[in-house]
Unconditional design. Structure first.
Length: 381
C-alpha cells in the first residue's frame, strides 16, 4: 500500500536529486533536499484538506488529480508561476522573464520580492474564505467547541464570511500595505495593488467554490434517491456503494483543488527564495515536495484516516486560517518559513491527538470511533 501510493514520489525524488547533482554538484543536491522538506512541512495541512475533498470523487478523478494535477502543481505553480509573476510585475515578455530567471538570478529575486504583496493578498484572501466558510458552518462534530458553537450560530447570517474578509482586506490595505516590504529592506505603498489582488482572490474563491458547491448539491439529490437502496443492501449484508463525484461535479471540484493548491503554494514559492534564487533548483525541490503532498492526500483517502481521526480536518482548517493571517502580515513584515511550517504542524498534531483521545473515550464506552459524535465525547478542548 505504501509503495503503491508513494512509488511515484520516491521515483521523482531519485530523479530530482540526481538531476540536481548533474546541474550543480552536491551543493545543489543539498539545496533541493532542503526545499523538498520545506514544501512538505508547509503543505501538510494542504494534504489533509485535499483529502477531505478528494474522497468525494471517483477513482478516475482521483487518478486525474495524481497525473494532470501533479503536472499543474509542479510545472505550473513551481516553475511557470514565478516566471509569470515577474513578467506581469516587470511588464516584460515571458521569454525575457525566463532569460532573466536563468541569467540574472539576483534581479529575478528582487522582482519576485517586489511582487510579494499582490501574491500574499490574493492567496491570503482565498485561504481566509476557506477557513471562514468552514468555521461558520454548523457541524455535528466539533473540535474547539467553545469557539465553534458560537461561530456556527453567527454563520447563519448570510454573506458573513465575505463581509469579514473584505474588512480584513481593507484593514490590511491601509495598514500593512502602505509600508509593504520590498527588496533590500525598502518599503513602498502597495495599498491599491493589495486591494485589487485581494478582491481578485475573493472573486476566484466565490466562482470556483460556488460552481463546485452547485454540482455537489446536485449530487446530494441523487444520493437521497439511492439511500433506500443502500439501506436495503446493508440489511442484506451486501457492501454499500458510496455515490462519488463524477462528470461536471468532479471537474469543478478538481478545479477547486487546483486553485486551493495554488494558494497553498504561494508561501512555499516565496519562502524558497530564502534558500536559493536559482529557478531550476527551486522547481526541482518544490516539485519533489508537491509530489509527496499529492501522494499523502491519496494515502489519507485510501486509509480512511479522516474518518478515523475526525478532528484532523478541523486542525487543517485552523492551519489554513493561520496561514491566511501570516500571508497578510508578510506584506509588511518578514516571517521565517520555519514559523509558518511549525504553526501548521502544531495545529494538526494537536487535532490528531484530540482525535486519538476521542477514539479512546468512545472505545471505553463501547462506542464506534468512526461514527458521528452523537455522544458528545469531549475532545479535551
Amino acid at each position: 500500500m505504501l509503495l503503491k501510493t508513494f512509488g511515484w514520489s520516491f521515483a521523482v525524488t531519485a530523479i530530482g536529486l540526481v538531476a540536481a547533482v548533474f546541474y550543480g554538484g552536491w551543493k545543489a543536491f543539498g539545496i533541493v533536499a532542503i526545499l523538498s522538506i520545506l514544501e512538505i512541512s508547509l503543505s501538510f495541512d494542504n494534504a489533509v484538506v485535499n483529502a477531505g475533498i478528494l474522497k468525494k470523487m471517483n477513482a478516475f478523478w482521483q487518478k486525474i488529480f495524481l497525473t494532470v494535477g501533479v503536472l499543474i502543481a509542479v510545472f505550473g505553480m513551481r516553475l511557470v508561476f514565478p516566471v509569470v509573476i515577474v513578467a506581469i510585475s516587470a511588464k516584460m515578455g515571458p521569454i525575457e522573464a525566463v532569460n532573466l530567471a536563468l541569467n540574472n538570478k539576483d534581479r529575478y529575486q528582487e522582482l519576485v520580492t517586489d511582487a510579494h504583496p499582490a501574491i500574499a493578498a490574493f492567496g491570503g484572501m482565498f485561504l481566509l474564505m476557506i477557513f471562514l466558510d468552514f468555521i461558520f458552518e454548523d457541524r455535528d462534530i466539533q473540535w474547539l467547541r467553545w469557539i465553534e458553537r458560537p461561530l456556527a450560530k453567527l454563520g447563519k447570517v448570510d454573506m458573513l464570511s465575505v463581509c469579514i474578509s473584505l474588512i480584513v482586506l481593507l484593514i490590511t490595505s491601509f495598514t500593512f500595505a502602505t509600508h509593504a516590504h520590498q527588496h533590500g529592506g525598502a518599503h513602498a505603498d502597495k495599498a491599491q495593488t493589495v486591494l485589487i489582488a485581494g478582491i481578485a482572490g475573493l472573486i476566484t474563491y466565490m466562482i470556483v467554490g460556488g460552481l463546485s458547491g452547485y454540482f455537489e448539491d446536485k449530487l446530494e439529490a441523487e444520493e437521497e434517491r439511492e439511500h433506500e437502496a443502500e439501506e436495503e443492501a446493508a440489511r442484506a449484508g451486501k457492501p454499500r456503494s458510496a455515490v462519488l463525484l463524477a462528470g461536471q461535479a468532479a471537474f469543478f471540484m478538481f478545479l477547486y483543488l487546483e486553485v486551493l493548491d495554488a494558494s497553498f503554494s504561494f508561501d512555499g514559492v516565496i519562502g524558497a527564495f530564502a534558500i536559493t534564487n536559482d529557478i531550476v533548483l527551486m522547481a526541482l525541490g518544490l516539485g519533489i515536495g508537491a509530489m509527496y503532498v499529492r501522494s499523502l492526500t491519496v494515502y489519507l483517502v485510501r486509509q480512511g484516516t479522516l474518518d478515523d481521526y475526525v478532528y484532523l480536518e478541523h486542525g487543517a482548517h485552523y492551519a489554513i486560517g493561520a496561514l491566511a493571517v501570516i500571508l497578510m502580515v508578510t506584506i509588511r513584515y518578514e516571517i521565517n518559513e520555519v514559523v509558518t511550517g511549525l504553526v501548521g504542524v502544531v495545529l494538526i498534531a494537536w487535532s490528531f491527538w484530540s482525535s486519538v483521545r476521542r477514539n479512546r473515550a468512545l472505545a471505553a464506552q463501547g462506542g464506534d470511533a468512526g461514527s458521528a459524535e452523537k455522544t458528545e465525547i469531549s475532545s479535551g478542548v
